[in-house]
Design a protein around this ligand. Sequence first.
Ligand SMILES: NCc1[nH]cc(CCC(=O)O)c1CC(=O)O
Length: 305
Amino acid sequence: MSPTTLRIATRQSALALWQAEHVASLLRAAHPDLRVELVPMTTRGDEILDKPLAAIGGKGLFLKELEVAMLDGRADLAVHSLKDMPAELEAGFALPAILPRADPADAFVSNTSADLAALPQGARVGTSSLRRQAQLRAARPDLQLLDLRGNVGTRLAKLDNGDYDAIVLACAGLERLGLHQRIRSRLVAPAWLPAPGQAAIVVEARVQRAAVHERLAVLDDAETRLAVSAERAMNHALGGSCTVPVGAWCTVAEHGLHLRGMVGEAATGRLLLAEATGTHDQPEALGLQVAEMLFAQGARALLEG
Ligand SMILES: NCc1[nH]cc(CCC(=O)O)c1CC(=O)O
């Protein structure tokens, strides 16, 4: 029997709520008979704001409570930013819908400088992402890199407060929150790589709930699924977690896929880069191939810190 109500588990940050509401309205439009409700909740990851994510257990912290709600029957699905998902899904869960990707670029945000090159010598840049730190260090070894965690709004407030000369955020998140005007310049591939899965919103549900999957199928974007499958396969092969600086960017053309991958070292700004092309039917094989190329360049030493 097809469900008549779908309850969406979501975190309560402004970005998470926007994304859950976005999925809800797409579902209501696709299925006029369906009731769709949000079930907002707080996760461990939202509560611990004073420590780097890597030190407190990583990305799974933002998912656990939402997955428990699905297991308990308090929610039917959960909406996430794909880049916040661990490389490996929890057993019994699937991603029945991957939405069309937004702008995957990172954003340079500053009240004083127009872009990275314009920052004064020794300027203070805030980001807790090791991937962003490594690429900042590579481009501008002189910069002072400072930790910065919290929701998008919190990070912007700390910038405006004068704690930093610039910060780096995802363009997609700023656009969703109506903060497009905060983007001073875009940090774009191939010179700057986003996180695997950046700018893709995904819907998670229990594997066994086939009727829920049927309702969600209409939201799935085949091209985005191909691109992020390659990026996530690469990240997974590299042992990907948020404790390692990994960037990935896959483009999809009629004749095939093109994947670029990066493993970096935040402390030195050393970057290993690799790229390869593959076919539409084997995005994971392409991800593995680029991971192998990075290992051949010595990625293991960087990944093991
Ligand atoms: N780590 C938080 C997070 N998770 C997803 C996004 C942006 C939206 C997306 O990538 O879909 C952000 C904010 C940021 O990195 O600036």
